[in-house]
Design a protein around this ligand. Structure first.
Ligand SMILES: Cc1ncc(COP(=O)(O)O)c(C=O)c1O
Length: 466
């Protein structure tokens, strides 16, 4: 691929002078200049200096169908020429928004007594979780239980960056910068076996114990005050934390016992990432609300929303009257048209089944081999998301002191060697496009081995290894 001619320094100068980036130390970025990404195709991106990188993060967990899909650009163009925008307030709808809602309802599996026939649209994951807070509280108000206000999330969970999203999430660094969480949101510990299991404890036993923290918290607060529990099926931004198989069924038992709502935040996990259209199906639970965003359009245009299960929808529709909540771009026709085209590609190419039966198992097989590397404490996958932990002592799985920032050093080697992999502390994580081939997985694994070797050489030279 030839890269578009771009004057890197000029772009970096404008960027430094005017663009405050998300989740960024502004001063630090200005001192080095941002990487300028100019083009992308398939699973690769190019920067303004013509360097190619294998994007093992699908942008930011979004580009599930890969880059350069003409159908998605065509869908946006056609819709923009026909109806670029109209709102869905004032008893109005548009063709793509209604069509997509019906499509999503047909894709979301019914589990037990829970079906998903309704969608509430937003433009992002964060907004969708704000909508969840509004819907959860409205639901209990309508049922005459207004004291049910508390929503329980998890430490190191991520639910977005708005005031409600960041409050539902359990990122201490985010809470510290905004007087968060907002009232009536609290957290339990995450189901992270590698860090939180007791010596000799089996994964299944740990899963039950970790779910038990929810019951303890409910009893501590008083069950009559608890409105909902929210969790990601697999924690993404927290470092691809894959819960034990026993965890979600036990969470389901507990929420059922106390009658509280269950919110599955599938902003990362839905649309094939774990080999299912929706991840609650894989993990065996039946949520009341399901958050989605990102891969609904493969990130080509912003769109998010909530699948509203029948339990909540029935109350909101039949008893609710006007719901005083919504966004200018709820049901944006262009975003919905792109989503429909994106889902059509996913169906035509059987991308979800491919992750479940083909590339997911192949990645699992190849990724497991990383466990033999001297720097790797654990390497695990779920569908097409994966994480490994860098440790200073493999036998005892001893972590490096966090101030050494070994994960960031590894990430620097990734960029220098044409690989985009994310560091969450010393957990290195990937979530490549669902279109990745076996040969590209081999290429990816070759790059990962290389950057691990380079990081190991650094750590040995600095005498950090035990
Ligand atoms: C599980 C989860 N929920 C919510 C969000 C927030 O989405 P957005 O950045 O689109 O607001 C994210 C973003 O990564 C996420 O991973």
């Amino acid at each position: 691929m030839t890269t578009t001619a771009v004057n890197t320094q000029h772009i970096q100068a404008m960027d430094s002078a005017h663009f405050l980036h998300p989740f960024t130390d502004f001063k630090d970025l200005n001192s080095r200049g941002a990487r300028v990404i100019t083009e992308a195709k398939d699973i690769y991106v190019w920067d303004s200096e013509g360097r190619r990188m294998l994007d093992a993060m699908s942008g930011l967990w979004c580009v599930n169908v890969g880059y350069g899909r003409k159908e998605l650009a065509d869908a946006a163009h056609t819709q923009m020429m026909q109806l670029p925008y109209y709102n869905s307030f004032f008893q109005t709808t548009n063709v793509p928004a209604a069509t997509l809602a019906a499509k999503l309802a047909s894709l979301a599996p019914t589990v037990g007594d829970r079906s998903f026939d309704h969608v509430f649209y937003s433009s992002s994951g964060s907004e969708s979780n704000d909508s969840n807070v509004r819907m959860v509280r409205r639901y209990w108000d309508l049922l005459g239980q207004p004291e049910r206000k508390v929503i329980i999330g998890r430490v190191n969970g991520y639910h977005g960056s708005t005031m409600a999203g960041a409050s539902l999430g359990g990122m201490s660094g985010m809470h510290a910068q905004g007087d968060l969480p907002i009232p009536n949101i609290t957290h339990i510990e995450q189901p992270y076996y590698f860090e939180n299991a007791l010596p000799g404890e089996s994964s299944d036993a740990f899963g039950l114990r970790a779910a038990g923290w929810l019951e303890q918290k409910i009893l501590e607060i008083g069950p009559e005050k608890v409105a909902a529990f929210i969790g990601e099926p697999v924690q993404g931004a927290g470092g691809v934390i894959i819960p034990p198989a026993t965890y979600w069924p036990e969470i389901q038992r507990i929420v059922d016992k106390y009658g509280i709502l269950l919110v599955s935040d599938e902003v990362i996990c839905a649309f094939g990432r774990v080999g299912h259209w929706f991840a609650y199906e894989k993990f065996g639970y039946k949520p009341d609300l399901v958050t989605f965003a990102k891969a609904i359009t493969s990130g080509y245009i912003p769109l998010g929303g909530v699948m509203v299960g029948n339990r909540v929808a029935k109350v909101l529709i039949e008893q609710g009257g006007e719901f005083n909540h919504g966004y200018t771009y709820s049901g944006h026709p262009v975003a919905c048209a792109v989503a429909l085209a994106n889902l059509e590609i996913m169906e035509r190419e059987n991308l979800v089944g491919r992750v479940r039966d083909d590339v997911g198992p192949y990645l699992a097989q190849q990724f497991a081999k990383l466990s033999d590397h001297p720097l790797v404490g654990v390497a695990e996958t779920c569908g097409l998301m994966a994480g490994l932990v860098l440790v200073k002592n493999k036998a005892h799985k001893t972590p490096f002191p966090s101030e050494l920032e070994v994960g960031m050093r590894c990430r620097a080697h990734c960029f220098a060697n044409g690989l985009i992999m994310r560091a969450v502390g010393d957990r290195m994580i990937i979530a490549p496009p669902l279109t990745i081939t076996h040969a590209q997985i081999d290429e990816l694994m070759g790059l990962i081995h290389k950057v691990l070797d380079l990081t190991l050489a650094d750590a040995r030279a600095a005498l950090w290894m035990d």
